[in-house]
Design a protein. Structure first.
Length: 345
């Protein structure tokens, strides 16, 4: 099982400037590269200081000049916010800048906050349909002289300019949850990214079952890879872990507040959650975080990850965004590299 870092610029309040957050983003990516991690992933979000990531290709092009070996991936671009010709060309240019280190993850998106602003009237179903049309279109554009007449996109014969360095194209990944998404990814020859959030090992097992079922349904397609993305913290001691549990609990309370899209937002930041509001959601309590995610000492994290490896996951991505300080994230990442990764050979 390979290990990668999933990282955005993110903040729960305005204490840090965007420039400081970007410098920290770069520093964490550089640690991952020096530490021998397989990849760094960063995503796309708009108008949200919770995950500041308006164009992952810009960030990855910068990381290409600051790193040496690590692969650089979009985790993920949001399909309905892209025209196929724009996505094919910008991804190909980034692949050239990255010297063939680019991976491209694609998702339908998750936040109605973003749909309302970038594509009014869109819902998750419509976004998923656009993703299903986008993927074969960008493949056709990379092959060249491709015309498209679909439900959402129409254009005459076009070739991607430029073409990607990796041939026939960079590895493609689809963010999948429901069985139909797994089947689409496998049938399309795409790898799969799964994110169980705070739902625990039952969901992690179920996601692998859906992936295996999709692979069995398309036996003539080469089995793609599957990556598990999960919040992770390697603590120095029990007290350090206890603090991380509280921080990740707070983070998920904000995550679902953004997802519900009902709370006031000012200057890109959601209205602060009170201690009473944080305590009112027992499903996201610190002890639930302990039960459902690898948040612990190095030995505890290793034991959790061994379970995921045995299930068949090809890549494990450490989701580092937690609202905690840069110093705490950095220390956890360094402990992960020094104390956890060697246990997997």
């Amino acid at each position: 099982m390979k290990f990668s870092l999933f990282v955005h610029m993110e903040r729960l309040n305005a204490e840090q400037s965007h420039r400081e957050l970007y410098e920290e983003f770069v520093a964490l990516a550089e640690i991952a590269d020096r530490g021998g991690m397989h990849a760094v992933w960063t995503g796309e979000h708009h108008g949200m200081d919770f995950t500041i990531a308006p164009n992952p290709f810009i960030n990855l092009a910068d990381l290409a000049r600051r790193t040496t070996n690590v692969r650089l991936g979009t985790g993920t671009v949001i399909a309905p916010f892209w025209h196929p010709i724009k996505l094919a060309g910008e991804a190909a240019m980034t692949d050239i800048i990255c010297n063939g280190r680019l991976d491209i993850g694609i998702a339908r998106g998750a936040y109605s906050f973003e749909y309302e602003r970038l594509h009014p009237g869109l819902d998750a179903w419509g976004a998923g349909q656009r993703m299903r049309e986008l993927v074969p279109a960008i493949k056709g554009l990379w092959a060249g002289d491709y015309a498209h007449e679909g439900e959402f996109y129409q254009f005459p014969k076009t070739s991607s300019a430029p073409k990607p360095l990796q041939q026939p194209h960079p590895p493609l990944w689809i963010a999948a949850r429901d069985p139909n998404s797994h089947e689409f990814a496998v049938a399309s020859g795409c790898n799969v990214q799964v994110t169980p959030l705070a739902n625990g090992e039952a969901e992690i097992e179920s996601l692998m079952e859906r992936f295996n079922a999709a692979c069995e349904k398309f036996p003539d397609v080469a089995r793609p890879k599957i990556m598990l993305l999960l919040h992770t913290y390697v603590g120095a001691d029990a007290a350090d872990v206890e603090q991380a549990l509280k921080e990740v609990s707070t983070y998920y309370n904000y995550f679902f507040a953004w997802f519900k899209n009902q709370r006031p937002i000012r200057q890109g930041l959601i209205e602060t959650l009170s201690a009473e509001e944080l305590a009112a959601n027992p499903n996201l309590a610190p002890e639930v975080m302990r039960a459902n995610m690898p948040l612990g000492t190095a030995d505890q994290v290793i034991a959790r990850l061994k379970v995921y490896e045995a299930l068949g996951y090809d890549e494990y991505s450490l989701w580092i965004d937690t609202g905690m300080s840069f110093e705490r994230k950095k220390a956890s990442l360094e402990r992960f590299i020094a104390d956890v990764m060697p246990a997997f050979g």
